[in-house]
Ligand binder design. Structure first.
Ligand SMILES: [Ca+2]
Ligand SMILES: [Ca+2]
Length: 192
């Protein structure tokens, strides 16, 4: 980050982002301008991220989920999001193909970053997802997925594993692609 003082995004990062995302040079430059405006120091801390994230969920508690999302975006695990991590995350979660979205979902569920998902990690993320869901929407959930525990069990069953087994990235992606409920269960999409 030698040129953090300059107003434009560095050539190195620009090339890298053009390679790894579908964004154009103009789009990346625009995002960078916005990013610099919101974070003049060029990095987002976990607390800032949580407070930005929470604004999108005024009726529920987004703190826990935001912490997990932050962890999954912070690929070098230094406790802050730099512009590159921010843009790659944006790409994977919004405009990315299903596979890149699922790769990201895997990293969200792999809480301890060991390359495998366990049933307790699935429970942990489902619990965080549940805090995101506003009360009136909770009441409308199907009987077999209306608690974090039930949702976690339903999702875990997709992978046809024992309670003490673990799921690798490829198995996770394939499992979600092969099961029409799974894509809905791994995320919360606001109803509106
Ligand atoms: Ca980082
Ligand atoms: Ca893990």
């Amino acid at each position: 980050m030698g040129n953090s003082k300059s107003g434009a995004v560095s050539k190195e990062i620009l090339e890298d982002l053009k390679l790894h995302t579908k964004f154009t040079e103009t789009e990346i430059a625009q995002w960078y301008e916005n990013f610099k405006k919101q974070c003049p120091e060029g990095r987002i801390s976990k607390e800032e991220f949580q407070s930005i994230y929470s604004r999108f969920f005024p009726e529920s508690d987004a703190q826990t989920y935001a912490q997990h999302v932050f962890r999954s975006f912070d690929t070098n695990a230094d406790g802050t999001l730099d512009f590159k991590e921010y843009i790659i995350a944006l790409h994977m979660t919004s405009t990315g193909k299903t596979t890149s979205k699922l790769e990201w979902a895997f990293s969200l569920f792999d809480v301890d970053k060991n390359g495998y998902i366990t049933k307790s990690e699935v429970k942990e993320i489902c619990t965080a997802i549940f805090k995101l869901i506003p009360k009136d929407e909770l009441a409308a959930l199907a009987e077999d997925e209306n608690t974090a525990e039930k949702r976690a069990n339903k999702l875990w069953n997709v992978f046809e594993k024992g309670d003490n087994d673990r799921v690798a990235e490829g198995e996770f992606i394939q499992g979600v692609l092969d099961n029409e409920d799974a894509l809905r269960l791994i995320q919360y999409t606001p109803a509106k």
